[in-house]
Ligand binder design. Structure first.
Ligand SMILES: NC(=O)c1ccc[n+]([C@@H]2O[C@H](COP(=O)([O-])OP(=O)(O)OC[C@H]3O[C@@H](n4cnc5c(N)ncnc54)[C@H](O)[C@@H]3O)[C@@H](O)[C@H]2O)c1
Ligand SMILES: O=C(O)C(=O)C[C@@H](O)[C@H](O)[C@H](O)COP(=O)(O)O
Ligand SMILES: [Zn+2]
Length: 362
């Protein structure tokens, strides 16, 4: 069992990483026996994990309840939030309630947002069950839901009080979801850590087979990187924006083609390629680096081409609504070498359109 701390001016919290962690819950559980707990999960995960999690939680908490949501990115919206709030009110849950997100990034983002607004804010705990949520979504307190016009447009910063990452959850994860999580893992390598990128390249076969030791090492490094960035810039005033590499284009694709049609990590993979091509023009980011990135994404079974049926000009209204836009000026995260990235503003639209076109399959 390993612990990484997200250190914040107010309310620091631990990320516990390991295998079979729930047996040791009492060693790190932050709640008192009488505190109320409401688990939020989905229809796919409830039959597999809910009973087991409740069995372990009962040893540390007496009052455990749950809400089972439909499964999918298309339910990450305000009406699902309303459903949760209504249940909490109907059942007289107060400020002494802690919500527990048991699921992937969708459940985590929804639960965190509900926790941030219920009675002006209650505690929540993240139990991420996908690779993507274990390496990224469960950490850092970005919570929220989608709007028809844009991804994660409604949300808040609300930090969990605990994150429990148990790699045993990954056993049942589909190959496509594993790959989707790997896009965010590769993102960390490109933007922050050249050695980590090299390590992923070397270990890609073990990773794709979910070798346990390799996965613990991989998840630990991602959590270290994300925790450090969140420690420095909790609410994305500056350096946290680097975690958004590839996301301006990813969010445009996800919103335009319909939430859930393309997985978040798949869209991020395409977005990182587009951003890398823009970097080639803006800062001479080497073609050989772009080839390396594409090769690694391919080995990870991620898509490498932008959708054919989405013309480059279609991206513009979406990217101009990106949360990084300031004074109507687009800001993009571009790599300068493998392991380093910077925030760029004032990028010519023709350069962006070109990079998108060059990223479409011929
Ligand atoms: N808040 C953040 O910082 C942050 C970071 C990255 C992504 N996100 C958000 O996370 C979401 C994507 O998360 P995701 O990739 O986890 O998708 P997801 O939550 O939709 O989960 C993917 C699928 O896997 C299933 N699943 C979950 N755990 C499983 C397991 N252990 N075994 C088998 N199946 C399992 C789910 O039911 C779902 O069908 C997006 O909405 C994205 O915007 C948020
Ligand atoms: O934690 C962050 O900061 C990130 O940007 C992580 C991203 O992987 C994640 O997809 C995030 O939800 C995107 O945030 P948004 O502010 O662009 O909606
Ligand atoms: Zn992301």
């Amino acid at each position: 069992m390993e612990t990484i701390t997200v250190k914040l001016t107010k309310n620091s919290y631990p990320i516990i990483i390991g295998k079979g962690l729930f047996q040791y819950l009492k060693n790190f559980w932050p709640l008192k026996k009488g505190d109320k707990v409401m688990i939020i999960t989905n229809k796919t995960l409830a039959p597999i994990f809910l009973e087991k999690i409740i069995f372990f939680l009962k040893k540390v908490n007496e009052k455990i309840d749950y809400i089972i949501l439909p499964d999918g990115e298309k339910y990450k919206n305000l009406s699902t939030i309303n459903q949760i709030l209504t249940t909490l009110i109907q059942k007289n849950y107060g400020r002494d309630t802690t919500l527990i997100a048991l699921g992937g990034g969708v459940i985590g983002d929804i639960t965190g947002f509900a926790a941030s607004i219920y009675q002006r804010g209650i505690n929540f705990i993240q139990i991420p069950t996908t690779l993507l949520a274990q390496v990224d979504a469960s950490i850092g307190g970005k919570t929220g839901v989608n709007h028809d016009l844009g991804k994660n447009m409604i949300g808040s910063f609300h930090q969990p009080i605990l994150v429990i990452i148990d790699i045993n959850f990954l056993k049942l994860l589909s190959a496509r979801e594993l790959s989707s999580g790997m896009a965010e893992v590769i993102k960390y390598g490109i933007t922050f850590d050249q050695n980590f990128f090299l390590w992923i390249e070397k270990n890609i076969n073990k990773i794709m087979k979910i070798n346990k030791l390799t996965m613990v090492n991989l998840i630990r490094r991602c959590c270290e990187i994300k925790a450090k960035i969140v420690n420095q810039d909790e609410t994305e005033k500056n350096s946290r924006a680097l975690l958004n590499f590839g996301h301006t284009f990813a969010h445009a694709i996800e919103t335009h083609i319909g939430y859930g049609k393309c997985l978040h990590g798949e869209a991020v993979a395409i977005g990182m390629i587009i951003a890398s091509r823009i970097a080639k023009i803006m800062n001479n980011f080497c073609e050989s680096n772009i080839v390396r990135i594409i090769k690694l994404l391919q080995l990870t079974n991620l898509p490498i081409y932008a959708p054919k049926n989405m013309q480059s000009s279609t991206y513009i209204p979406y990217i101009m609504r990106d949360k990084k836009v300031i004074n109507e000026k687009l800001r993009l995260i571009l790599p300068t070498s493998i392991g380093h990235a910077k925030i760029y503003s004032d990028i010519d639209h023709s350069c962006i359109l070109n990079a998108i076109q060059n990223s479409q399959e011929l």
